[in-house]
Design a protein around this ligand. Structure first.
Ligand SMILES: Nc1ncnc2c1ncn2[C@@H]1O[C@H](COP(=O)(O)OP(=O)(O)OP(=O)(O)O)[C@@H](O)[C@H]1O
Ligand code: SF4
Ligand SMILES: [Mg+2]
Length: 505
């Protein structure tokens, strides 16, 4: 196709419209077109089949009629008188020969017609098969496209239903980091990294966590997998409170919670070969013999699409995408139930991102995994997550499905985040109301009173400074914490842990 001034490109579905639609080859059959052609071909085949039946019936009628006429003729012939008899016999012979000829002719005719019709029918059938294949292929292509474009809440109804009993429950987690002041200073400042965050994760579900840099996403993720000890709050996995476990039981339980890091290069020991990196968790947990561990390592490489030769290589010998595959393989080594993926594709370029995200999805289905995916990129979270949690300055401000968040955001911060996503069309970009969130994130050392978002919120009122808003339900599983929300809540009763269905206190 040709674009403006010598700009030519080879693409059936270009991003911007071409000036000249001269095609270099036949365009692909769309599902509708293929279906129409197939229907037409099927009708033709039916008509031909009818025609065959008719021709055969006609031929049979003709033959029967001839037979009947012969019988009548021979019955009418006189029995006495030789000449007459011989004449009659000769006539009968002739007639019989003629009849036989006629019959043979009729049969031949019928056969020829049937053959012709059969050939036509076969042709039509072939056309039907070809078009049906095209329909299936087009439908498959459409399904693939839909899988890529469809938000998870539409494509993954089953896990959402399964999630009615949470696999993971995080209740009121708090993490404060002491900063500044000397070691013996009484007035140490505290970073309020995570301030009472609750969430739940269903079996096979993906929970996406979004929010600005510094809002506490990584700290929350690290507390979930046990890499950071919370000041208060609890994490419950499969009915067992992780904080109550000690020693061997804790070590056993930790297998079920793994983390995938943003920068796979930093998280992989550069002095270790990939084989040793992948084997390490199995050795630490004393799982299997050396031979079994090596077999598992090979299996892991297969699962993430890396060649066996990777075993002997060092992390620096791989591309970013391959390193993230190694990180994913390591997270999978112990057959975990939950993987917390912290910015899994932020360090990768766009084309590699899709590969890693699709690999994560594939492995989730084959390993019955649940993910907590942390990202500042709303598109990544929308693509992967069944439900999304929006964090602001150490607090969870809104939780809901992708549709809740994208189409009926209740919290002004969520709406601001969505406004900040650039739109490729200049007119739509100009038509945006607020253009995102204004101002800087306040210091987590001294967060604002009341609603932490109030210093940047366009809807803030006096009440927002003195009273912290509680989470309220705005629909099934959709909750937000705001005194003056953008949507009408379904109930004013505060909710605590936002389970897939929401739990009223
Ligand atoms: N070990 C620590 N000591 C002191 N402060 C910390 C520590 N770890 C995190 N913080 C602070 O806690 C807050 C939350 O940090 P965190 O890394 O969880 O944010 P984040 O949402 O993951 O940000 P980003 O998107 O940039 O990764 C930040 O203000 C950070 O400076
Ligand atoms: S509670 Fe007030 S300040 Fe906070 S988001 Fe709602 S309107 Fe804005
Ligand atoms: Mg982080």
């Amino acid at each position: 196709m040709k674009g403006p001034e010598g700009h030519v490109f080879a693409c059936f579905h270009p991003v911007s419209g071409p000036l000249d639609l001269t095609l270099l080859s036949e365009p692909p059959v769309t599902a509708e077109e293929a279906a129409a052609v197939a229907a037409e071909a099927e009708q033709k085949a039916e008509e031909l089949a009818e025609k065959i039946e008719l021709t055969k019936a006609e031929a049979t009628d003709e033959a029967e009629a001839t037979e009947a006429a012969d019988a009548t003729e021979s019955a009418d012939a006189p029995e006495d008188g030789k000449p007459e008899a011989s004449d009659a016999a000769a006539e009968a012979d002739d007639a019989a020969t003629g009849d036989a000829k006629d019959e043979a002719k009729a049969e031949e005719k019928a056969e020829a017609a049937a053959e012709e019709a059969d050939a036509e029918a076969a042709e039509a059938e072939a056309a039907v098969v070809a078009k049906a294949t095209a329909v299936v292929e087009a439908a498959e292509a459409e399904a693939v496209a839909a899988t890529v474009a469809t938000p998870r809440e539409e494509s993954k109804a089953a896990p959402a239903a399964k999630a009615s009993r949470p696999l993971l429950e995080v209740v009121d987690l708090v993490k404060e980091f002491p900063v500044g002041g000397g070691a013996f200073s009484r007035n140490k400042a505290v970073v309020h990294a995570v301030s009472g965050v609750s969430l739940s994760l269903g079996y096979g579900e993906t929970f996406g966590l979004v929010g600005e840099s510094g809002c506490g996403k990584t700290t929350l993720g690290r507390m979930i997998v046990g890499l950071e000890k919370p000041n208060s709050g609890r994490v419950t996995l499969d009915g067992t409170e992780v904080g109550s476990l000690r020693g061997k039981a804790l070590r056993r339980h930790r297998r079920d919670l793994q983390m995938m890091f943003q920068d796979p290069y930093a998280s992989l020991d550069p002095r270790m070969r990939v084989g040793a990196i992948l084997r390490e968790p199995l050795q630490i947990q004393s799982i299997g013999s050396a031979q079994e561990q090596m077999a598992r390592v090979s299996e892991l490489l297969d699962e993430v699409g890396l060649p066996k030769s990777a075993l002997e290589r060092f992390p620096h010998e791989f591309s970013g995408g391959q390193r993230q595959r190694i990180g994913l393989a390591r997270a999978l080594a112990l057959h975990p139930k939950v993987i917390v993926a912290d910015e899994p594709v932020s360090a990768l370029d766009v084309s590699i991102r899709a590969q890693v995200l699709n690999l994560m999805k594939r492995l989730q289905a084959s390993h019955d995994l649940s993910y907590v995916v942390i990202s500042h990129d709303l598109a990544v979270v929308k693509y992967l997550a069944d439900r999304i949690g929006v964090m602001y300055l150490g607090k969870m401000v809104e939780v809901g499905s992708g549709q809740d968040i994208y189409e009926r955001a209740a919290h002004p911060y969520t709406a601001g985040l969505l406004e900040a996503i650039p739109v490729p069309e200049p007119e739509l970009e100009r038509a945006k109301r607020g253009g995102g969130i204004k101002g800087e994130l306040p210091s987590p050392v001294a967060p604002p009173s009341g609603c932490r978002f109030r210093t940047r919120c366009p809807l803030a009122q006096d009440r927002c400074a003195v009273e912290e808003p509680a989470m309220r339900l705005f629909g099934d599983g959709h909750a937000a914490a705001c005194h003056f929300p953008l949507q009408t809540p379904v109930s004013d009763t505060p909710v605590t842990v936002a389970t897939p269905a929401g739990t009223a206190e």
